[in-house]
Design a protein around this ligand. Structure first.
Ligand code: HAM
Length: 422
């Protein structure tokens, strides 16, 4: 058995790439904080029942994709496939509603779904997202959409498309379900087995089917937006008006229903043509009934989640630079044991100024150390040997200028801070 093989659908984020993640995560956090969202971190696994009840038994996630196992205490555990249900669980369990009527939460987390891996579809992937808990106002929906777009803008992503729809509230859905079933029934035998299974309990999901025959049959289906009661209709109109007022372009897709069952009223996706089949970098919507469905107090809520791997794919296609901006400032080359003994103390002083500094840990020859300093594109190379120790001064090579100067020990820090471009 080859032990050097990662599990299918997972990725190692290597040092050359992890820096992009760090830069990206920092940008996400800065915007989240501007919008006054606070981070909530939840465990990597939860009781299976939380997701089964929260996301819906008939969804692909719960029916086919969860990593579920029994632990040694015979409890059914699931690696979290999404964050909305855990956030609501944590909100209810920790009674966050008692501290504040409105809670604005964000997260960055790894998630697990046993899907068929392909470009942009992994078994362990990562999302960042935000949830506003406690408000039913359309303004909260708009703030969530605006927040997602503000993050993409801070990253520099271009040409994204926002698609919206309203799936109504519980009452709208009962009425629409019947209208939709009446439309589908005569053709039901032509639909795929998944859709036939969904017909009784969850016909709305039939609208989301990617099967070509099904989507052709769906082309003339009645639109839920045409059947909303005044309150939901008003909510949807407000959403659209606010988006327009903010200058946020959107298109309506009357058949957008999303793959999780908890949505009420607003649903939306943000897509990029830079991606292939898996073109959604973001999905979200309102889920006013989820807290109650999990046995908690009624809490209107709205949120979004965005796939980080997909976002990075778009960034790469669009040549967006997410690399580390600080280069290596100092490489300290030592000659002889005495110099080596003093090198760590010098490095600490240099690093304390905020400069990035490195030394040789492989006892290499001076020539090899110089080569390494070059390879790492150091801004300055400091030479410390017998002579330098004796004269109490460093020989400093300014690599960009190709010059070499002697800098007394007591002037070194000053010299570096003034000379460095950082
Ligand atoms: P979702 O549509 O299942 O929604 O996932 C949101 C985003 O996560 C997708 O648009 C995609 O970018 C990314 N994603 C999903 N599955 C994978 C995968 N297997 N590999 C790579 N990326 C993936 C949710 O998870 C909801 N919790 C969103 C939400 C938050 N609704 C309300 N609040």
């Amino acid at each position: 058995m080859n032990l050097f093989r990662r599990i299918k659908g997972t990725q190692d984020i290597l040092p050359e790439d992890s820096i992009k993640w760090i830069v990206l995560e920092n940008k996400i956090r800065v915007v989240m904080q501007k919008y006054n969202f606070s981070e909530l971190r939840t465990p990597i696994f939860e009781q299976t029942e939380l997701f089964a009840r929260g996301i819906g038994q008939l969804t692909d996630i719960v029916a086919k994709e969860m990593y579920t196992f029994q632990d040694r205490g015979k409890k059914q555990i699931t690696l979290k496939p999404e964050m909305t249900a855990p956030i609501i669980r944590a909100y209810l369990e920790n009674k966050l509603y008692a501290q504040s009527q409105l809670n604005k939460i964000y997260y960055i987390a790894p998630l697990f779904r046993q899907e068929n891996p392909q470009a942009g579809r992994l078994r362990q992937f990562h999302q960042f997202g935000a949830e506003t808990l406690g408000s039913s106002a359309a303004e909260a929906d708009v703030e969530i959409i605006d927040l997602a777009l503000a993050i993409y803008e801070a990253i520099g992503l271009k040409d994204l498309k926002l698609v919206i729809n309203s799936v109504g509230d519980a009452e709208d859905r009962v009425r629409y379900k019947k209208i939709l079933q009446d439309f589908i029934k005569p053709y039901l035998k032509n639909y795929c087995p998944d859709c036939q299974r969904r017909f009784d309990e969850n016909p709305l999901r039939i609208l989301d089917c990617k099967n070509e025959t099904c989507s052709n049959l769906n082309k003339n289906a009645p639109k839920i937006a045409d059947h909303l009661l005044p309150e939901s209709k008003d909510h949807y109109e407000k959403l659209k008006n606010h988006l327009s007022a903010l200058g946020i372009a959107f298109t309506e897709n009357p058949y957008l229903v999303r793959g999780l069952d908890y949505y009420t009223r607003t649903v939306f996706e943000i897509t990029s043509d830079a991606l292939g089949a898996q073109n959604a970098i973001c999905g979200g919507g309102r889920y006013d009934l989820l807290a109650e469905e999990l046995g908690g107090q009624p809490t209107p809520a709205v949120g979004f989640a965005s796939g980080i791997e997909r976002l990075l794919m778009v960034a790469e296609k669009q040549n967006i630079n997410l690399s580390d901006s600080q280069r290596l400032n100092v490489f300290l080359v030592t000659m002889g044991e005495k110099a080596q003994d003093e090198s760590l103390a010098w490095l600490k002083k240099i690093r304390n100024t905020g400069l990035r500094a490195e030394l040789d840990l492989l006892s290499r020859s001076v020539k090899a150390q110089m080569r390494e300093a070059n390879r790492q594109n150091a801004e300055f190379v400091l030479l410390l040997g017998e002579n330098e120790l004796h004269n109490k001064s460093f020989s400093v090579k300014l690599m960009d200028k190709g010059e070499q100067v002697d800098v007394p020990f007591n002037e070194l820090i000053n010299f570096l801070t003034i000379q460095s471009k950082k």
